[in-house]
Design a protein around this ligand. Structure first.
Ligand SMILES: NC(=O)C1=CN([C@@H]2O[C@H](COP(=O)(O)OP(=O)(O)OC[C@H]3O[C@@H](n4cnc5c(N)ncnc54)[C@H](OP(=O)(O)O)[C@@H]3O)[C@@H](O)[C@H]2O)C=CC1
Ligand SMILES: CC(C)(CO)C(=O)C(=O)O
Length: 307
């Protein structure tokens, strides 16, 4: 299977690197600076699941992209997606499958609008990873799952082929027949985690140890859950219970990738992860005070950053 991974950042570098390490036919679509770093230093992954340095990983830049691919894994940030959509267009052939790993949901609409829904799978990854200033992918915890599936829930031959291509790589691939619900479940969890850890500039353990912290966390989770319910994607009791327990775990060092981005003064996916959820909730007539506060806070950060 000929695979194009868009972006060799934290997630793309990790999962694409693990596939390459497992002898899959992987090429990274990268921009100039990243292409130079990869050519000079290789793709370096530091991970509790095993370090690896892949020297001279195959890369291509947008201007040279001419071949079509069987699978395109999209792992850019949401605010880069419009450009990425233009860039990958030459690589999308009649049978190309696009597997986005972005948080949130709105990217599905953008990809569908440009390439047609039949090309686009649902997907998500659970990992904590970051790309440091030297271009090294740091995997920060034990999780590294990549879930994908047809949005109609079928086990089509093409998703079976992806499962086959991913089997044996050093991460946990999961072929799902409920990928849209999985994505909503993650969105509810992630929006709660990102919203509150950014607001408080602290990981879960410090928030729940602070007066009013656990209450604020659970109020935000409730807002996010109500949006999913209003859109017929309510998390199950078990999923909700797990989210509550992870989000209120004493001494937990967990925070969202959005807090890592914010703390280094970077761009954040405010509109994609928080704003879109809020808009969907308000369109359904819901009052969502904690989610609105989380969004206002991120937009104020963006306004200040923009000056
Ligand atoms: N990091 C994490 O722990 C997790 C992140 N996610 C989600 O995954 C998505 C990706 O996040 P993450 O991997 O952290 O992001 P990163 O910023 O680490 O990586 C994104 C990469 O995309 C590249 N890129 C952007 N535009 C283009 C383009 N036009 N052509 C080629 N490459 C491009 C950037 O390259 P350049 O170097 O040129 O800027 C960058 O290296 C987000 O939606 C995030 O919310 C989900 C789970 C966990
Ligand atoms: C939910 C979590 C923490 C893990 O995948 C994440 O997606 C993120 O930090 O962006």
């Amino acid at each position: 299977m000929k695979i194009l991974v868009v972006g060799a950042g934290a997630t793309g570098g990790y999962f694409g690197g693990r596939l390459l390490e497992n002898d899959q036919d992987v090429t990274f679509l990268v921009r100039k600076a990243r292409a130079e770093t990869l050519a000079r230093s290789g793709l370096v992954i530091r991970s509790p699941a095993g370090d690896v340095t892949l020297s001279s990983p195959p890369t291509v830049q947008a201007h040279a992209l001419k071949d079509t691919y069987d699978l395109i894994i999209v792992s850019c940030k949401a605010y880069h997606l419009p450009q990425v959509i233009d860039d990958i267009a030459p690589a999308v052939g009649a049978e190309t499958i696009i597997l986005p790993l972005l948080n949130g949901m709105r990217h599905l609409d953008l990809l569908d609008a440009r390439f047609g829904a039949r090309h686009v799978l649902g997907g998500q990854c659970i990992i904590a990873a970051t790309l440091n200033a030297e271009g090294v992918v740091h995997h920060l915890n034990q999780s590294h799952s990549l879930t994908f599936g047809e949005r109609d829930g079928s086990r089509s031959p093409r998703v079976e082929r992806i499962a086959q291509a991913m089997s044996g790589a050093r991460f946990e691939p999961r072929l799902s027949t409920t990928i849209l619900q999985d994505m909503w479940d993650k969105w509810v969890f992630l929006a709660s985690l990102a919203g509150i850890t950014c607001l408080m500039r602290a990981p879960v353990g410090d928030i729940v140890a602070s007066p009013g912290g656990e209450r604020a966390m659970l109020d935000l989770l409730k807002d996010c859950r109500r949006v999913a319910e209003a859109h017929a994607h309510a998390p199950s009791d078990a999923v909700l219970e797990r989210a509550r327990s992870v989000l209120t775990e004493p001494r937990s060092a967990l925070s969202a990738s959005m807090l890592r981005d914010l703390e280094r003064g970077g761009a954040v996916e405010a509109d994609h992860v928080i704003g879109d959820l809020l808009a969907r909730g308000e369109a359904a007539g819901l009052e969502l005070p904690m989610l609105r506060l989380a969004y206002t806070h991120l937009k104020a950060y963006e306004a200040r950053r923009g000056r």
